[in-house]
Every structure is written in structure tokens, then in C-alpha cells.
Write a protein that binds this ligand. Structure first.
Ligand SMILES: Nc1nc2c(ncn2[C@@H]2O[C@H](COP(=O)(O)OP(=O)(O)OP(=O)(O)O)[C@@H](O)[C@H]2O)c(=O)[nH]1
Ligand SMILES: [Mg+2]
Length: 659
């Protein structure tokens, strides 16, 4: 694609997502971009006083008569799903990060996601006002994490330790930041050499993709500025290079320059649609990238959608549902509109039975990838404070998972708990706040219980007789039970060895059922596993025996026998795989061994150059807060998955307490 191929047509609505590490200034930048377009944005932060974004925010504006949809994404890894969903919906990404090499955090993961979507993007080194280092060092540190060449487009001008402006490398001009914009000034003498080097670097990168330019570079002919600009725009728009800009959102510095880059370099929606294999048609094609259940300013559910093709009207039918309202967002408030068209991100009201990720309309051969939620890494056990609210809570949980697919609700059968599982402590706390504030659910929270089990190590024979005379007819049953350990994982078994009718046939199922029931609680109160109960002998009474009598006799017998059968506690051992950049591999190993983990080994993480997977067997009791320590040890980058592996005997009193 060449620049002229799309510049000839009017651009139409376009969309960008602002992504980047947490705290890099994305929300402030979002507000500054909208503000520069005449839409003052106000923050809808929760009463918690947190400034950290916990979900994506959609804004709309017109800049120089062109319509834009902008998404402010949260940066924390705990809310990574929101950013991944936004990236799937837009034409372009602004990657915001602080210019210091040690603040790049999850940037490599984000760049990988963006590259997998072939999404054109630029990098904005923000908070340049607070940066004293060399910008080119940061570009060098970042380059190995980007498959595409990073092209430094602006360099800061410093006066008395403050950044007062920038040099535009391509045009070789210097600008001084002023209130809303920047004004042209003379190129400072001490920057000439650095600027020339940067320009040479830029030209070389561009020449890699452009034969005419390459020829000139090889022949030492200086290409014209027009030529450089044309190639720069073409490469940026088609996503073969990544421009690096600088700015300070809070001061409004670099905002108009960023707008200029967006106007020039964000491809029109039609180009994105073509790249995704969407065939032209009149029929609308829409993808839902977020669901909000309890909108306050509008009744009910809102589905945030990318319109990939066609146009939408309020009230129209869409993939079997009716469009119950179309909303754009100005200054954080939803504004109802009658119609929206391809390229827009729009909120659609009351799309029943439509969930996040859904594609509505004939997609044909289109490739519209949407992120899978990451497996949960942190869990709370939750319960309604008042049992009366159980039904309300389960309804609220259902809705909250629909809003946020990176949450998982699990009924743990082994412990009887309801588990709220998600991406970390803040993620779950934000969810609990929503449950309280939006759904009015008061909840008790605890760390999840560990699913301990019990078994026995010794075979014992137990005689148990029930003889009860109450007034008229009594209760009688008599059994001899052999209780023996089975192999690990073999489960429970009941064996009937009665001969000659010592216990009549009709009572034997009752003995088997009672034996199995007695396994629900061992001497320490946990479920018993891997035990065999054999009925070897017994006797009965023609009148007083009954199913109930045999049940009671069996249960009493087993309760008496288990403590004599050398009972032991079994703890779940999980197979854990920790993924980390390989500079943290040793630290991940230490973390696992420090938590009674047995390291199985490590290998390169598939598809993740520079990352390792460390595998270990580790007690389940150590898992609950593993992610907190792992993130603390790895600058927030490490993650893990786990699956149950086996039960292991533990002699000491409960592993979790021993720690
Ligand atoms: N020095 C300086 N600080 C800034 C600038 N922009 C934002 N900040 C500060 O950086 C902090 C984080 O800003 P936010 O905009 O909330 O950051 P964010 O990237 O949205 O953070 P998350 O949503 O948590 O990922 C705030 O304390 C801002 O005051 C800037 O241009 N210069
Ligand atoms: Mg934010």
C-alpha cells in the first residue's frame, strides 16, 4: 500500500488505543488529546481515590473536522485483558511509556500483542519533562523487544536541566513548547551533531524499505526532505516502522504534534478492514470488545462495538438483536446518536444475549482475532454476608463475569467454597468494590481453603454392633468390617464377602452406602480417599434389623476404626509453570524452592524469545499468594499456570501453618 492509495479518499472515522505500562500517563494524555480537540474530558474515578485505571475508557471527538474514537486502556498487568480487547478493535495504537529504560515494564508483552495483530503503532516517550537521561539509550534498550525498527523522530531540547522543546529529526527544525502548541526556534548548536546522527539513522531505516532511497544512501546522495517525509508516512501508516515521539501530556507538550502524526499516519478504517480480510458489502459487520452491565446514565447493558463495515441505525436489527440505542462519549458522558458508521467505536444499548468478543453480521472469510482471557492467578473465597442474599450474589457474579471475562467464578466441590478468581489482588478488590457499590452485595472474603484429604496406612478389622431396645420393636445390626488402604488415586471401594447369608442380601447395599458416606470426614475433618471397606461377617435379627440399623452400625464402626488405621493427611501438589524473562529465571527457581517446590527444570518459552518456563511441583497451600511475590520479584512481568498433579502425604501439621 502506498500513501497515495488511501490519502486520495477522505479518511472517515478512525480509532486509536492508548496503551502502555501502568502509570505512564495514558489517562492524562487521553484527556489532553480530547481537550486539544475541544472536548474537555473528566475523570470518572471511583471513590477509592485510586488514579490507576481499572477498565478501558472510550472517548469521541472531532479533530480538524475528522471524527475520532479513542480508547484509554489500563496499564496494569492485572487489567491486561481490557487493553488486549481494545487493541483488537482499533486502527492504530499509541504506546505510551516513560523514557527511562527501567520503566519499560510490560512493554515487551504489549509490543508482541500489537505485532501479532499487525497493528500500526507509534511510541510516545511521555513525562519527558521529568527525564534527565539520553533518549537514544532508551530507544536502544527497547529495540530488541520490537520486531519493527524504532525510528527516533524527536529529540528533547534542554535548557537549565528543563526540557523546553524538541528537534524534529526529519525536518531538522527546532521547536519550543508553549502553552497549547510549539513555536519554531533556531536549532541549538550543541544539538546539531546528535540531530545529524539521528537523521542518518532514520534515513537508513527508511532506505531498508525503499529502493529509490536506498540507492541514494548508497551513492551518498542526500535525499530531499519531501522524499523522507513521504517514505516516513508510508512506512508508519502501513506499519513497517515505529516512530518514537516525545511529550509531556500533563503540560500539554507534544499533544498537537501527536495529533498531527495521528492525522497523517493512522490508516483509514477501510484499510484496516481490508487487512482483516473483510469483504465489501452493505451489510453491517460489528465486533463487541467490551460489555458494561450496569450503566448509570442509561438503563441496562451497553456493548462497546467496533463497526468494521456498513452503518448502524438506532432501532435496526443486528445479528438477531435490536439496537436499543447508540452512544458516543463526550466528556465521559454517553450522548445518544441516531447512526454510526464503519470505523467508529460505538456503544450499543440492550443487545441481549450478546457477549464480549461476539461478531455480529456476515463475517465471511474475515480474520477478526479477539484475545482469550488469561487463566486466573489469584483467588478469594467469597460468601454473601447474609445467606438471604445468596441468590442476589449469584446473579451479580453472573453479570460481573459477563463484563469482565478475565474473572472466573468456581464452585469448589472439595472445599464447598465459591471462589472469585482473577488476575491479582487489585483486580479482585476492584471487583469486590463493584459488587458492593453497583450490585449492592455485601460479601465476606477469605483466602481459599486448601483441599486437604485424608487416608489411612494400616489395615484394621472392626466389629460393630448396634443393639437398641425402645419400647416395642428395636434396632439390631452386626457387622465385621475390614478397612484397608488402597493405592494413591485408586479411590474408594466397597467389597462384599458375606457367605451363607450372615447379613441378608437386602441390607448389603445399605452397608456399602454408609461406608462411602463415612468417607466424607476423616479423623481430621477432611474427606478420606483411597480406602477399601470389606464386609466380612455379620449377623442380623429377623424382626429388629433394618437398612437404618445396618447403616448406623457401619458408620459407627468406621468412625471407631479410622483413628487406629494410622491416618495421614494428604495435601494437593500442583504442577506449576512460571513464565519469566530469562534474567529472572534464577529468581523464579528460588521462589519455588522457598515454597517447598521441587524444581522439575526449565526451558525456553515457546514463541517468546528471551523468556523461560520454569516447572515445579509445589504444595497447593503455597499457591494462594504466589503471584504477589512473583510479580514483586520480576517487575510485574512473571506469570504462572498450574494444574493439580497428585496428593502427597504430609506428616507435619498442615503445611500452610508450618510456614
Ligand atoms: N512529570 C509528569 N508526570 C505526569 C505526566 N503525565 C502524567 N503524569 C503523572 O503520572 C501519574 C499517572 O498518570 P495517569 O495518566 O493516571 O497514568 P496511566 O498511564 O493512565 O496509569 P494506569 O491507568 O494505571 O496505567 C499521575 O500522577 C500523573 O500526574 C507528565 O507529562 N509529566
Ligand atoms: Mg489510566
Amino acid at each position: 500500500m502506498t500513501r497515495s492509495s488511501w490519502k486520495a479518499e477522505p479518511a472517515g472515522p478512525r480509532s486509536v488505543a492508548i496503551v502502555g505500562p501502568y502509570g505512564s500517563g495514558k489517562s492524562v494524555l487521553f484527556e489532553a488529546l480530547l481537550g486539544a480537540a475541544g472536548v474537555p474530558a473528566k475523570r470518572g474515578h471511583a471513590s477509592s481515590g485510586r488514579t490507576m485505571s481499572s477498565e478501558l475508557r472510550l472517548g469521541h471527538c472531532n479533530f480538524m473536522d475528522e471524527p475520532w474514537s479513542i480508547i484509554d486502556c489500563p496499564g496494569s498487568v492485572e487489567f491486561a485483558y481490557e487493553a488486549a480487547a481494545a487493541l483488537a478493535a482499533v486502527d492504530f495504537a499509541i504506546v505510551v511509556c516513560e523514557p527511562s529504560p527501567d520503566r519499560l515494564a510490560n512493554l515487551p508483552i504489549l509490543l508482541k500483542q500489537i505485532e501479532e495483530l499487525s497493528l500500526p503503532h507509534l511510541i510516545l516517550f511521555n513525562k519527558i519533562d521529568a527525564f534527565a537521561g539520553q533518549i537514544r539509550d532508551t530507544v536502544t534498550a527497547l529495540q530488541p523487544h520490537s520486531k519493527l525498527p524504532l525510528v527516533l523522530r524527536q529529540m528533547p531540547i534542554r535548557e537549565n536541566d528543563a526540557v523546553t522543546g524538541y528537534v524534529d529529526v526529519a525536518s531538522e527544525r527546532a521547536y519550543r513548547y508553549c502553552a497549547q502548541d510549539s513555536e519554531l526556534v533556531g536549532l541549538p548548536n550543541d544539538m546539531r551533531e546528535g540531530e545529524q546522527q539521528a537523521l542518518a539513522g532514520l534515513t537508513e531505516v527508511l532506505a531498508d524499505h525503499d529502493d529509490a532511497l536506498l540507492e541514494k544512501v548508497l551513492e551518498d546522495v542526500v535525499p530531499s526532505q519531501d522524499e523522507i517525509f513521504a517514505t516516513l508516512h508510508k512506512d508508519q501508516a502501513s506499519g513497517t516502522i515505529v516512530q518514537v515521539l516525545i511529550g509531556a501530556g500533563q503540560r500539554g507538550h507534544g499533544i498537537l504534534r501527536l495529533w498531527k502524526a495521528l492525522r497523517h499516519d493512522v490508516p483509514p478504517a477501510s484499510v484496516t478492514a481490508r487487512r482483516r480480510g473483510i469483504e465489501p458489502s452493505e451489510q453491517p459487520l460489528v465486533q463487541i470488545f467490551k460489555t458494561v452491565q450496569a450503566g448509570q446514565a442509561y438503563a441496562g447493558k451497553l456493548s462497546y462495538a467496533r463497526i468494521w463495515r456498513g452503518s448502524l441505525r438506532d432501532g435496526a436489527s443486528l445479528g438477531g438483536s435490536r439496537v436499543g440505542g447508540l452512544y458516543r462519549f463526550a466528556s465521559g458522558e454517553p450522548v445518544r446518536v441516531q447512526a454510526a458508521q464503519a470505523g467508529e467505536l460505538i456503544a450499543i444499548g440492550r443487545l441481549e444475549n450478546v457477549t464480549t468478543g461476539a461478531i455480529l453480521g456476515p463475517a465471511g472469510k474475515a480474520n477478526l482475532p479477539f484475545p482469550e482471557p488469561l487463566p486466573p492467578v489469584y483467588a478469594f473465597s467469597i460468601a454473601a454476608k447474609d445467606r438471604k442474599d445468596d441468590v442476589k450474589l449469584s446473579g451479580a457474579l453472573h453479570k460481573i463475569v459477563e463484563e469482565d471475562p478475565s474473572l472466573v467464578i468456581e464452585q469448589n466441590r472439595a472445599t464447598g467454597e465459591t471462589l472469585l478468581q482473577g488476575q491479582g489482588e487489585i483486580h479482585l478488590n476492584v471487583t469486590l468494590e463493584r459488587l458492593a457499590n453497583v450490585y449492592n452485595c455485601q460479601i465476606n472474603v477469605a483466602a481459599p481453603k486448601v483441599a486437604y484429604k485424608e487416608t489411612i496406612k494400616k489395615r484394621v478389622t472392626q466389629h460393630s454392633r448396634l443393639k437398641h431396645q425402645t419400647g416395642g420393636h428395636g434396632q439390631f445390626a452386626d457387622v465385621v468390617l475390614e478397612i484397608a488402604p488402597r493405592a494413591r488415586g485408586a479411590g474408594f471401594a466397597f467389597v462384599d464377602k458375606i457367605v451363607g447369608g450372615a447379613v441378608p442380601r437386602q441390607y448389603i447395599p445399605a452397608v456399602g452406602e454408609a461406608a462411602e458416606e463415612a468417607m466424607q470426614k476423616g479423623p481430621s475433618g477432611y474427606p478420606m480417599v483411597d480406602v477399601e471397606v470389606t464386609l466380612t461377617e455379620g449377623s442380623f435379627h429377623a424382626v429388629d434389623s433394618s437398612d437404618m440399623a445396618f447403616r448406623i452400625a457401619t458408620r459407627n464402626g468406621i468412625t471407631e476404626a479410622l483413628p487406629k488405621a494410622d491416618p495421614v493427611l494428604l495435601e494437593p501438589i500442583e504442577h506449576v509453570t512460571i513464565s519469566v524473562p530469562n534474567r529472572f529465571t534464577a529468581s523464579a527457581q528460588r521462589l519455588l524452592t522457598g515454597r517447598r517446590g521441587q524444581i522439575l527444570g526449565y526451558r525456553e518459552r515457546e514463541g517468546w524469545p528471551g523468556w523461560d518456563d520454569v516447572e515445579a511441583l509445589m504444595p497447593g497451600a503455597e499457591l494462594h499468594d504466589l503471584i504477589l511475590q512473583l510479580r514483586a520479584d520480576t517487575q510485574g512481568l512473571g506469570s504462572y499456570t498450574h494444574r493439580f498433579d497428585h496428593l502427597a502425604e504430609t506428616r507435619g501439621k498442615l503445611g500452610e501453618k508450618a510456614r
